[in-house]
Design a protein around this ligand. Structure first.
Ligand code: NAD
Ligand code: MG
Length: 380
Protein backbone atom coordinates (compact mmCIF):
# COMPACT_ATOMS: atom_id res chain seq x y z
CA UNK A 1 0.00 0.00 0.00
CA UNK A 2 1.47 3.38 -1.05
CA UNK A 3 0.29 6.68 0.40
CA UNK A 4 -0.04 9.50 -2.09
CA UNK A 5 -0.60 13.25 -2.12
CA UNK A 6 -2.20 14.34 -5.36
CA UNK A 7 -1.58 17.99 -6.26
CA UNK A 8 -3.91 19.40 -8.90
CA UNK A 9 -6.44 16.64 -8.23
CA UNK A 10 -9.30 18.29 -10.15
CA UNK A 11 -7.39 18.55 -13.45
CA UNK A 12 -6.96 16.20 -16.38
CA UNK A 13 -3.95 14.31 -14.94
CA UNK A 14 -5.33 14.48 -11.39
CA UNK A 15 -8.62 12.83 -12.33
CA UNK A 16 -6.90 10.12 -14.34
CA UNK A 17 -4.60 9.38 -11.39
CA UNK A 18 -7.69 8.97 -9.22
CA UNK A 19 -9.10 6.51 -11.79
CA UNK A 20 -6.04 4.38 -11.08
CA UNK A 21 -6.60 4.61 -7.32
CA UNK A 22 -10.27 3.69 -7.86
CA UNK A 23 -9.24 0.56 -9.78
CA UNK A 24 -6.61 -0.50 -7.20
CA UNK A 25 -7.79 0.66 -3.75
CA UNK A 26 -5.69 -2.08 -2.12
CA UNK A 27 -2.48 -0.57 -3.58
CA UNK A 28 -2.95 3.19 -3.20
CA UNK A 29 -4.27 5.36 -0.39
CA UNK A 30 -4.84 9.10 -0.92
CA UNK A 31 -3.49 11.20 1.97
CA UNK A 32 -3.91 14.66 0.45
CA UNK A 33 -5.85 16.27 -2.39
CA UNK A 34 -5.29 19.83 -3.62
CA UNK A 35 -6.75 22.13 -6.24
CA UNK A 36 -6.64 25.78 -7.23
CA UNK A 37 -10.21 27.07 -6.90
CA UNK A 38 -12.78 24.49 -7.96
CA UNK A 39 -14.06 23.83 -4.43
CA UNK A 40 -17.14 21.80 -5.38
CA UNK A 41 -15.07 19.43 -7.51
CA UNK A 42 -12.53 19.01 -4.70
CA UNK A 43 -15.28 18.44 -2.09
CA UNK A 44 -16.70 15.60 -4.20
CA UNK A 45 -13.25 13.99 -4.53
CA UNK A 46 -12.64 14.31 -0.76
CA UNK A 47 -15.95 12.56 -0.04
CA UNK A 48 -14.92 9.71 -2.32
CA UNK A 49 -11.22 9.29 -1.40
CA UNK A 50 -11.24 10.47 2.26
CA UNK A 51 -7.81 12.14 2.45
CA UNK A 52 -6.78 13.58 5.83
CA UNK A 53 -5.30 16.76 4.26
CA UNK A 54 -6.72 19.10 1.62
CA UNK A 55 -5.85 22.48 0.11
CA UNK A 56 -7.39 25.17 -2.09
CA UNK A 57 -5.48 28.23 -3.30
CA UNK A 58 -8.73 30.21 -3.25
CA UNK A 59 -10.61 29.92 0.06
CA UNK A 60 -14.26 28.91 -0.53
CA UNK A 61 -17.08 30.74 1.27
CA UNK A 62 -18.00 27.67 3.29
CA UNK A 63 -16.58 24.24 4.05
CA UNK A 64 -19.43 21.70 4.20
CA UNK A 65 -20.03 20.31 7.72
CA UNK A 66 -19.07 16.76 6.75
CA UNK A 67 -15.64 17.96 5.52
CA UNK A 68 -14.71 20.09 8.54
CA UNK A 69 -12.67 17.25 10.06
CA UNK A 70 -10.17 17.42 7.18
CA UNK A 71 -6.88 19.28 7.86
CA UNK A 72 -7.48 22.24 5.48
CA UNK A 73 -4.99 24.74 3.98
CA UNK A 74 -5.95 27.83 1.98
CA UNK A 75 -4.19 30.56 0.03
CA UNK A 76 -1.29 30.85 -2.37
CA UNK A 77 0.99 28.60 -0.23
CA UNK A 78 -1.72 26.04 0.52
CA UNK A 79 -0.31 23.37 -1.82
CA UNK A 80 3.12 23.47 -0.15
CA UNK A 81 1.53 23.43 3.33
CA UNK A 82 -0.57 20.41 2.41
CA UNK A 83 2.52 18.53 1.18
CA UNK A 84 4.33 19.34 4.44
CA UNK A 85 1.37 18.31 6.60
CA UNK A 86 0.70 15.06 4.74
CA UNK A 87 4.38 14.09 4.21
CA UNK A 88 3.24 11.07 2.16
CA UNK A 89 5.50 8.44 0.62
CA UNK A 90 4.70 9.72 -2.88
CA UNK A 91 3.67 13.11 -4.23
CA UNK A 92 2.11 13.22 -7.68
CA UNK A 93 2.27 16.81 -8.90
CA UNK A 94 -0.29 17.54 -11.59
CA UNK A 95 -0.38 21.28 -10.97
CA UNK A 96 -0.12 23.37 -14.15
CA UNK A 97 2.53 26.08 -14.57
CA UNK A 98 5.39 27.44 -12.48
CA UNK A 99 2.84 27.52 -9.62
CA UNK A 100 3.87 23.89 -9.05
CA UNK A 101 7.58 24.58 -8.48
CA UNK A 102 7.45 25.34 -4.72
CA UNK A 103 5.46 22.16 -4.06
CA UNK A 104 7.86 20.08 -6.18
CA UNK A 105 10.79 21.31 -4.06
CA UNK A 106 8.88 20.73 -0.80
CA UNK A 107 7.90 17.22 -1.94
CA UNK A 108 11.56 16.29 -2.40
CA UNK A 109 12.21 17.36 1.19
CA UNK A 110 9.34 15.54 2.93
CA UNK A 111 8.47 12.58 0.68
CA UNK A 112 10.24 9.51 -0.67
CA UNK A 113 9.50 10.09 -4.36
CA UNK A 114 8.19 12.78 -6.65
CA UNK A 115 5.98 11.66 -9.53
CA UNK A 116 6.11 14.68 -11.80
CA UNK A 117 3.59 15.69 -14.46
CA UNK A 118 4.15 19.44 -13.87
CA UNK A 119 6.77 20.03 -16.59
CA UNK A 120 6.92 23.78 -15.95
CA UNK A 121 8.61 23.06 -12.58
CA UNK A 122 11.55 21.60 -14.54
CA UNK A 123 11.48 24.23 -17.30
CA UNK A 124 11.80 27.01 -14.72
CA UNK A 125 13.62 25.35 -11.82
CA UNK A 126 15.17 22.31 -13.49
CA UNK A 127 18.68 22.60 -12.04
CA UNK A 128 17.40 23.38 -8.55
CA UNK A 129 14.95 20.46 -8.60
CA UNK A 130 17.43 17.95 -10.02
CA UNK A 131 20.23 19.03 -7.67
CA UNK A 132 17.94 18.74 -4.67
CA UNK A 133 16.72 15.30 -5.80
CA UNK A 134 20.32 14.13 -6.21
CA UNK A 135 21.52 15.59 -2.91
CA UNK A 136 18.62 14.07 -0.96
CA UNK A 137 18.70 10.80 -2.92
CA UNK A 138 15.03 11.12 -3.92
CA UNK A 139 13.88 9.67 -7.25
CA UNK A 140 11.80 11.73 -9.67
CA UNK A 141 9.58 9.50 -11.79
CA UNK A 142 8.29 11.29 -14.89
CA UNK A 143 4.58 11.24 -15.74
CA UNK A 144 4.74 13.11 -19.05
CA UNK A 145 4.25 10.35 -21.64
CA UNK A 146 7.45 11.02 -23.64
CA UNK A 147 9.59 11.12 -20.51
CA UNK A 148 7.89 8.06 -19.09
CA UNK A 149 8.72 6.28 -22.37
CA UNK A 150 12.38 7.33 -22.17
CA UNK A 151 12.55 6.38 -18.48
CA UNK A 152 11.17 2.94 -19.36
CA UNK A 153 13.58 2.51 -22.29
CA UNK A 154 16.48 3.31 -19.95
CA UNK A 155 15.61 0.52 -17.50
CA UNK A 156 18.14 -2.29 -17.62
CA UNK A 157 20.45 -0.55 -20.08
CA UNK A 158 23.58 -1.73 -18.25
CA UNK A 159 26.64 0.11 -19.55
CA UNK A 160 25.06 0.88 -22.94
CA UNK A 161 25.18 4.70 -22.87
CA UNK A 162 22.31 6.63 -24.46
CA UNK A 163 23.55 8.49 -27.57
CA UNK A 164 20.31 10.38 -28.29
CA UNK A 165 16.77 10.80 -26.99
CA UNK A 166 14.01 10.90 -29.60
CA UNK A 167 10.95 12.79 -28.40
CA UNK A 168 7.87 12.13 -30.51
CA UNK A 169 5.20 14.79 -31.08
CA UNK A 170 1.70 14.36 -32.48
CA UNK A 171 2.06 17.66 -34.34
CA UNK A 172 -1.23 18.87 -32.85
CA UNK A 173 -4.35 20.14 -34.62
CA UNK A 174 -2.40 22.56 -36.88
CA UNK A 175 0.15 20.05 -38.19
CA UNK A 176 -0.97 20.42 -41.82
CA UNK A 177 -2.14 24.06 -41.63
CA UNK A 178 -0.48 26.98 -43.44
CA UNK A 179 1.36 29.66 -41.46
CA UNK A 180 -1.49 32.11 -42.16
CA UNK A 181 -4.17 29.68 -40.94
CA UNK A 182 -2.19 29.00 -37.76
CA UNK A 183 -1.65 32.73 -37.20
CA UNK A 184 -5.42 33.37 -37.13
CA UNK A 185 -6.53 30.27 -35.23
CA UNK A 186 -9.05 30.67 -32.40
CA UNK A 187 -9.18 28.88 -29.01
CA UNK A 188 -11.88 26.54 -30.31
CA UNK A 189 -9.55 25.42 -33.12
CA UNK A 190 -6.53 25.05 -30.83
CA UNK A 191 -8.45 23.04 -28.22
CA UNK A 192 -9.31 20.23 -30.67
CA UNK A 193 -6.27 17.99 -30.17
CA UNK A 194 -6.26 14.97 -32.53
CA UNK A 195 -4.95 12.26 -30.17
CA UNK A 196 -4.77 13.43 -26.50
CA UNK A 197 -7.43 14.90 -24.14
CA UNK A 198 -5.72 17.30 -21.73
CA UNK A 199 -6.12 20.53 -19.74
CA UNK A 200 -6.47 23.79 -21.72
CA UNK A 201 -2.94 25.18 -21.18
CA UNK A 202 -1.06 22.11 -22.39
CA UNK A 203 -3.52 21.67 -25.28
CA UNK A 204 -2.70 25.18 -26.55
CA UNK A 205 1.02 24.51 -25.94
CA UNK A 206 0.70 21.39 -28.13
CA UNK A 207 -1.04 23.29 -30.95
CA UNK A 208 1.95 25.64 -31.29
CA UNK A 209 4.57 22.98 -30.44
CA UNK A 210 5.67 25.06 -27.45
CA UNK A 211 4.85 21.89 -25.53
CA UNK A 212 7.57 19.96 -27.38
CA UNK A 213 10.06 22.74 -26.65
CA UNK A 214 9.15 22.59 -22.94
CA UNK A 215 9.52 18.81 -23.11
CA UNK A 216 13.02 19.01 -24.61
CA UNK A 217 13.99 21.20 -21.62
CA UNK A 218 12.24 18.74 -19.28
CA UNK A 219 14.13 15.80 -20.83
CA UNK A 220 17.44 17.67 -20.65
CA UNK A 221 17.03 18.05 -16.89
CA UNK A 222 15.50 14.65 -16.12
CA UNK A 223 18.04 12.62 -18.07
CA UNK A 224 21.08 14.94 -17.98
CA UNK A 225 21.23 14.89 -21.78
CA UNK A 226 22.76 17.81 -23.77
CA UNK A 227 20.25 19.62 -25.99
CA UNK A 228 21.96 18.62 -29.26
CA UNK A 229 21.42 14.95 -28.38
CA UNK A 230 17.68 15.42 -27.95
CA UNK A 231 15.77 15.11 -31.23
CA UNK A 232 12.14 15.72 -32.11
CA UNK A 233 10.14 13.57 -34.49
CA UNK A 234 6.57 14.41 -35.49
CA UNK A 235 4.56 11.19 -35.35
CA UNK A 236 0.83 11.92 -35.84
CA UNK A 237 -0.47 8.53 -34.63
CA UNK A 238 0.99 9.04 -31.09
CA UNK A 239 1.75 5.32 -30.78
CA UNK A 240 5.51 5.52 -30.22
CA UNK A 241 5.70 7.66 -27.08
CA UNK A 242 9.46 8.27 -27.40
CA UNK A 243 12.73 6.42 -28.03
CA UNK A 244 16.30 6.11 -26.83
CA UNK A 245 19.13 5.53 -29.28
CA UNK A 246 22.08 3.82 -27.58
CA UNK A 247 25.78 3.89 -28.28
CA UNK A 248 25.69 0.35 -29.73
CA UNK A 249 23.18 1.46 -32.39
CA UNK A 250 20.12 -0.13 -30.77
CA UNK A 251 17.03 2.06 -30.58
CA UNK A 252 14.44 1.21 -27.92
CA UNK A 253 10.92 2.63 -28.17
CA UNK A 254 7.94 2.45 -25.85
CA UNK A 255 4.59 2.05 -27.61
CA UNK A 256 1.00 2.16 -26.46
CA UNK A 257 -2.41 3.70 -26.89
CA UNK A 258 -2.43 7.48 -26.33
CA UNK A 259 -3.94 7.22 -22.83
CA UNK A 260 -2.22 9.09 -19.99
CA UNK A 261 -3.38 6.47 -17.49
CA UNK A 262 -0.53 4.26 -18.77
CA UNK A 263 2.35 6.64 -17.85
CA UNK A 264 0.51 7.83 -14.71
CA UNK A 265 0.02 4.22 -13.58
CA UNK A 266 3.64 3.41 -14.38
CA UNK A 267 4.84 6.28 -12.17
CA UNK A 268 2.43 5.44 -9.34
CA UNK A 269 3.37 1.77 -9.34
CA UNK A 270 7.10 2.09 -10.10
CA UNK A 271 9.03 -0.20 -9.88
CA UNK A 272 5.96 -2.46 -9.97
CA UNK A 273 3.53 -2.46 -12.88
CA UNK A 274 -0.14 -1.54 -12.55
CA UNK A 275 -2.64 -3.42 -14.77
CA UNK A 276 -4.27 -1.18 -17.40
CA UNK A 277 -7.98 -1.61 -18.00
CA UNK A 278 -8.44 0.68 -21.03
CA UNK A 279 -8.40 -0.01 -24.76
CA UNK A 280 -5.35 -2.04 -25.94
CA UNK A 281 -2.98 -1.11 -28.76
CA UNK A 282 -4.16 -2.54 -32.11
CA UNK A 283 -1.34 -2.01 -34.61
CA UNK A 284 -3.07 -3.88 -37.44
CA UNK A 285 -5.96 -1.44 -37.24
CA UNK A 286 -3.60 1.58 -37.15
CA UNK A 287 -1.74 -0.06 -40.09
CA UNK A 288 1.04 2.51 -40.51
CA UNK A 289 3.22 4.69 -38.33
CA UNK A 290 4.50 7.86 -40.01
CA UNK A 291 7.21 10.38 -39.16
CA UNK A 292 8.06 13.96 -40.19
CA UNK A 293 10.65 16.59 -39.30
CA UNK A 294 9.29 19.36 -37.04
CA UNK A 295 8.77 22.71 -38.81
CA UNK A 296 10.02 25.63 -36.73
CA UNK A 297 9.00 28.14 -39.43
CA UNK A 298 5.28 27.43 -38.95
CA UNK A 299 5.77 26.68 -35.24
CA UNK A 300 8.06 29.48 -33.96
CA UNK A 301 7.31 28.64 -30.29
CA UNK A 302 9.38 25.48 -30.70
CA UNK A 303 12.36 27.52 -31.90
CA UNK A 304 11.89 30.07 -29.07
CA UNK A 305 11.90 27.34 -26.42
CA UNK A 306 15.06 25.70 -27.76
CA UNK A 307 16.83 29.08 -28.06
CA UNK A 308 15.79 30.00 -24.52
CA UNK A 309 17.28 26.80 -23.12
CA UNK A 310 20.50 27.36 -25.09
CA UNK A 311 20.72 30.89 -23.66
CA UNK A 312 20.31 29.34 -20.19
CA UNK A 313 20.16 31.16 -16.85
CA UNK A 314 16.88 33.01 -16.37
CA UNK A 315 15.85 32.80 -20.06
CA UNK A 316 13.73 29.61 -19.79
CA UNK A 317 11.96 31.22 -16.78
CA UNK A 318 11.15 34.26 -18.93
CA UNK A 319 10.00 32.01 -21.78
CA UNK A 320 7.66 30.12 -19.45
CA UNK A 321 6.25 33.25 -17.80
CA UNK A 322 5.57 34.94 -21.15
CA UNK A 323 4.00 31.75 -22.47
CA UNK A 324 1.69 31.41 -19.43
CA UNK A 325 0.54 35.02 -19.91
CA UNK A 326 0.18 34.58 -23.69
CA UNK A 327 -1.79 31.31 -23.47
CA UNK A 328 -4.09 32.91 -20.87
CA UNK A 329 -4.66 35.91 -23.18
CA UNK A 330 -5.32 33.59 -26.13
CA UNK A 331 -7.82 31.48 -24.18
CA UNK A 332 -9.59 34.68 -23.04
CA UNK A 333 -9.97 35.79 -26.64
CA UNK A 334 -7.57 38.73 -26.15
CA UNK A 335 -5.16 37.60 -28.93
CA UNK A 336 -5.22 35.22 -31.88
CA UNK A 337 -2.92 32.20 -31.99
CA UNK A 338 -0.06 34.00 -33.76
CA UNK A 339 0.03 36.49 -30.89
CA UNK A 340 1.36 33.82 -28.52
CA UNK A 341 4.72 33.47 -30.29
CA UNK A 342 4.96 37.23 -30.83
CA UNK A 343 4.35 38.00 -27.16
CA UNK A 344 6.83 35.36 -26.02
CA UNK A 345 9.49 36.61 -28.44
CA UNK A 346 8.94 40.27 -27.49
CA UNK A 347 9.14 39.43 -23.77
CA UNK A 348 12.35 37.46 -24.29
CA UNK A 349 13.87 40.45 -26.13
CA UNK A 350 12.77 42.90 -23.44
CA UNK A 351 14.05 40.92 -20.43
CA UNK A 352 17.81 40.90 -19.85
CA UNK A 353 19.11 37.46 -18.90
CA UNK A 354 20.62 36.68 -15.51
CA UNK A 355 21.92 33.83 -13.40
CA UNK A 356 19.85 31.64 -11.11
CA UNK A 357 21.25 30.65 -7.73
CA UNK A 358 18.09 29.96 -5.75
CA UNK A 359 14.34 29.38 -6.00
CA UNK A 360 13.85 33.04 -4.99
CA UNK A 361 15.78 34.07 -8.12
CA UNK A 362 13.42 31.96 -10.25
CA UNK A 363 10.33 33.56 -8.70
CA UNK A 364 11.80 37.06 -9.08
CA UNK A 365 12.60 36.56 -12.80
CA UNK A 366 9.13 35.06 -13.23
CA UNK A 367 7.49 38.11 -11.59
CA UNK A 368 9.49 40.55 -13.73
CA UNK A 369 8.79 38.67 -16.96
CA UNK A 370 5.05 38.50 -16.21
CA UNK A 371 4.98 42.26 -15.66
CA UNK A 372 6.85 42.89 -18.93
CA UNK A 373 4.58 40.47 -20.84
CA UNK A 374 1.41 42.07 -19.40
CA UNK A 375 2.69 45.48 -20.50
CA UNK A 376 3.62 44.25 -24.01
CA UNK A 377 0.23 42.56 -24.32
CA UNK A 378 -1.49 45.96 -24.16
CA UNK A 379 0.39 46.99 -27.33
CA UNK A 380 -0.13 43.75 -29.26
P1 NAD B 1 -5.41 20.99 -15.77
O1 NAD B 1 -5.55 22.43 -16.08
O2 NAD B 1 -6.42 20.05 -16.27
O3 NAD B 1 -5.31 20.80 -14.18
C1 NAD B 1 -4.45 21.58 -13.41
C2 NAD B 1 -4.65 21.29 -11.92
O4 NAD B 1 -3.78 22.16 -11.19
C3 NAD B 1 -6.07 21.57 -11.41
O5 NAD B 1 -6.40 20.66 -10.40
C4 NAD B 1 -5.97 22.97 -10.82
O6 NAD B 1 -6.90 23.20 -9.77
C5 NAD B 1 -4.54 22.99 -10.29
N1 NAD B 1 -3.96 24.32 -10.32
C6 NAD B 1 -4.06 25.25 -11.31
N2 NAD B 1 -3.39 26.37 -10.98
C7 NAD B 1 -2.87 26.16 -9.75
C8 NAD B 1 -2.11 26.96 -8.87
N3 NAD B 1 -1.75 28.23 -9.18
N4 NAD B 1 -1.72 26.44 -7.68
C9 NAD B 1 -2.09 25.17 -7.35
N5 NAD B 1 -2.82 24.38 -8.14
C10 NAD B 1 -3.22 24.87 -9.33
O7 NAD B 1 -3.94 20.57 -16.28
P2 NAD B 1 -3.45 19.12 -16.75
O8 NAD B 1 -3.71 18.98 -18.20
O9 NAD B 1 -3.90 18.08 -15.81
O10 NAD B 1 -1.86 19.31 -16.64
C11 NAD B 1 -1.19 19.33 -15.39
C12 NAD B 1 0.32 19.28 -15.63
O11 NAD B 1 0.64 18.03 -16.24
C13 NAD B 1 0.83 20.36 -16.59
O12 NAD B 1 2.10 20.79 -16.21
C14 NAD B 1 0.90 19.63 -17.93
O13 NAD B 1 1.87 20.19 -18.78
C15 NAD B 1 1.31 18.25 -17.48
N6 NAD B 1 0.90 17.20 -18.42
C16 NAD B 1 -0.42 17.01 -18.68
C17 NAD B 1 -0.81 16.01 -19.57
C18 NAD B 1 -2.27 15.74 -19.85
O14 NAD B 1 -2.57 14.79 -20.56
N7 NAD B 1 -3.21 16.50 -19.33
C19 NAD B 1 0.16 15.23 -20.21
C20 NAD B 1 1.51 15.44 -19.91
C21 NAD B 1 1.87 16.43 -19.01
MG1 MG C 1 4.06 15.00 -23.24
Amino acid sequence: MRELALLGATGSIGRQALDIVRAAPDRFRVRALTAHSNADALFALIREFRPSVAALCVRPDVIPDDLKGVDWYFGPDATVQAVRAAAPADVLSAVVGIAGLPAALESLKVSDRLLLANKEALVTGGSLVMNMARDLGKPIVPVDSEHSAIFQCLQGRGDNAPAALWLTASGGPFRTWTAREIENATPEMALGHPTWRMGPKITVDCAGMMNKGLEVIEAHHLFGMPLDQIRILVHPQSVIHSMVEFEDGAVLAQLGVPDMRVPIGYAMGYPDRVPFRGERLDLARIASLTFEEPDTARFPCLRLALEAQRAGGSTPVVLNAANEIAVGAFLNGRILFGGIARLVEATLSACPGGNIYSAEDVFEYDRQARAVAAELLKRL
